[in-house]
Design a protein around this ligand. Structure first.
Ligand SMILES: *[C@@H]1O[C@H](CO)[C@@H](O)[C@H](O)[C@H]1NC(C)=O
Ligand SMILES: *[C@@H]1O[C@H](CO)[C@@H](O)[C@H](O)[C@H]1NC(C)=O
Length: 419
């Protein structure tokens, strides 16, 4: 039986709390099998970051805790929640939700954070946007949000923690890990690893390898390929010893007459209908998250339109996350760097070159892996405290096109076992 004092404590903590327990959701007609909470983290006097926290469907009291970040910069983590990783995914109508049997919260509790300020439902009290920011300021902001999350959910403080994300999350994730490691004395977190899907790891390498990938996939001509090698890689296919920062390689290496609505640069093998491939294919979440019923359920206190990706005043001032990944590995933080290999924007060749140049001890050379012994599913290379995995045929958002494979990869990574 609870004593009156204990009851008062519970009452008091819930009335100070920013937790909003989700009891229902428009379009949802099945059980979620775990508790979901949404709310805002007051990272500064003015800035409010939206989070959606879903407890594990397995054993939330002991399962790991994963923080997830979408990229952009400016893209919302809720897009992945509702199209890739969550227990309910939007169907084609954008109104109804269907069950995802490969939801990541079947084995871990997951926090989806909308960061930095101005992304998605995250907002400022003064209503001023955008707030000028950059890679370093965002890392500090994300770290503050993680600490505030633990204040809100202290029962998770000792859980194994994994920081994860995709795309520009390739910058956010290692930088946040670095902040956590630097702050361990003042604010210990049981950090075990980081997970990066189709991450931007090195900005120069990303540009250089796009040319190689476009050529290899049959998109560009011999002469365009040769011109770009000269221009961007000083004539060498390995792109070594170049000073790309003084050369302009920012445009995709495509012939003028090519319209990029012909193909999907985030998913090269996708069949495009009605020339819809030029846009990042995530307009459906916008109609869902802007519906009045959904916003009321999530208790959004403002009218700012939810967008898949918001425009930010963002200075992309970190060139490469090499130092952060190496420091993490030295501190025993495991990294899983995976790439859907049909993505041109953050392509696996960048990842492979990036990882090979880190100088970590190689424990197992590049080998194919076979999902459920069926067919070639990609490759894996194992280094000390770092695994590099490709997923054959998967897109920029690999868990969306290859959910079972990604679920398997995550499961093995959390258990620290090979795939
Ligand atoms: C966060 O800010 C909101 C107002 O924007 C306020 O209602 C809430 O109490 C604050 N939460 C905390 C924990 O300070
Ligand atoms: C290009 O490569 C040549 C050697 O082949 C080297 O001498 C030169 O410095 C390189 N230029 C740049 C800009 O890296």
């Amino acid at each position: 039986m609870l004593t009156p004092i204990f009851l008062a404590l519970i009452f008091c903590s819930s009335c100070l709390s920013s937790r909003n327990k989700l009891e229902k959701l428009p379009g949802l007609y099945f059980h979620l099998y775990s508790d979901h909470y949404t709310g805002f983290l007051n990272v500064t006097d003015d800035e409010r970051l939206f989070y959606w926290f879903m407890e594990s469907q397995n054993t939330p009291s002991v399962d790991p805790l994963i923080f997830w970040f979408n990229g952009g910069p400016g893209c919302s983590s809720l897009t992945s929640l509702i199209t890739e990783l969550g227990p309910m995914l939007l169907d084609k109508t954008g109104e109804n939700l269907k069950r995802n049997e490969y939801s990541w919260n079947r084995m871990a509790s997951v926090v989806f954070l909308e960061s930095p300020t101005g992304v998605g439902f995250s907002y400022t009290e003064t209503g001023e946007y955008p707030i000028p920011t950059d890679d370093f300021l965002t890392a500090k902001l994300n770290y503050d949000a993680v600490k505030l999350f633990f204040k809100e959910f202290p029962e998770y403080r000792n859980h194994d923690v994994f920081i994860s994300g995709e795309s520009y999350g390739g910058i956010y994730v290692p930088m946040l890990v670095d902040e956590i490691l630097n702050g361990q004395k003042d604010f210990p977190i049981n950090l075990k690893g980081m997970l990066i899907g189709n991450g931007l790891l090195d900005k120069k390498l990303a540009q250089q390898t796009r040319t190689i990938m476009s050529y290899g996939r049959g998109f560009i001509t011999e002469s365009i390929f040769e011109n770009h090698l000269v221009k961007c890689c000083n004539g060498s296919i390995t792109c070594k010893d170049t000073k790309i920062d003084i050369l302009d390689c920012s445009d995709l290496p495509l012939p003028e007459e090519w319209d990029d609505t012909f193909y999907d640069r985030y998913n090269l093998y996708r069949k495009c209908v009605d020339l819809d491939c030029g846009v990042y294919p995530h307009t459906i979440p916008e109609s869902f998250f802007n519906s009045k019923r959904v916003r009321r359920t999530l208790q959004i206190p403002h009218d700012k339109r939810w967008r898949d990706c918001d425009d930010l005043a963002y200075d992309r001032n970190l060139e490469s996350v090499k130092d952060q990944i190496l420091r993490a590995a030295k501190n025993g933080v495991r990294s899983l760097i995976y790439f859907g290999d049909a993505d041109l924007m953050c392509n696996f060749i960048m990842g492979q070159k990036f990882v090979a140049k880190l100088g970590l001890k190689k424990l197992s050379p590049k080998k194919p892996w076979f999902f459920k012994q069926h067919h070639f599913s990609g490759t894996q290379t194992i280094y000390e405290n770092l695994k590099f995995v490709t997923i054959h045929g998967a897109s920029h958002s690999a868990p969306e096109t290859h959910p079972a494979e990604c679920y398997h990869i995550l499961q093995q990574f959390l258990k620290d076992q090979d795939i």
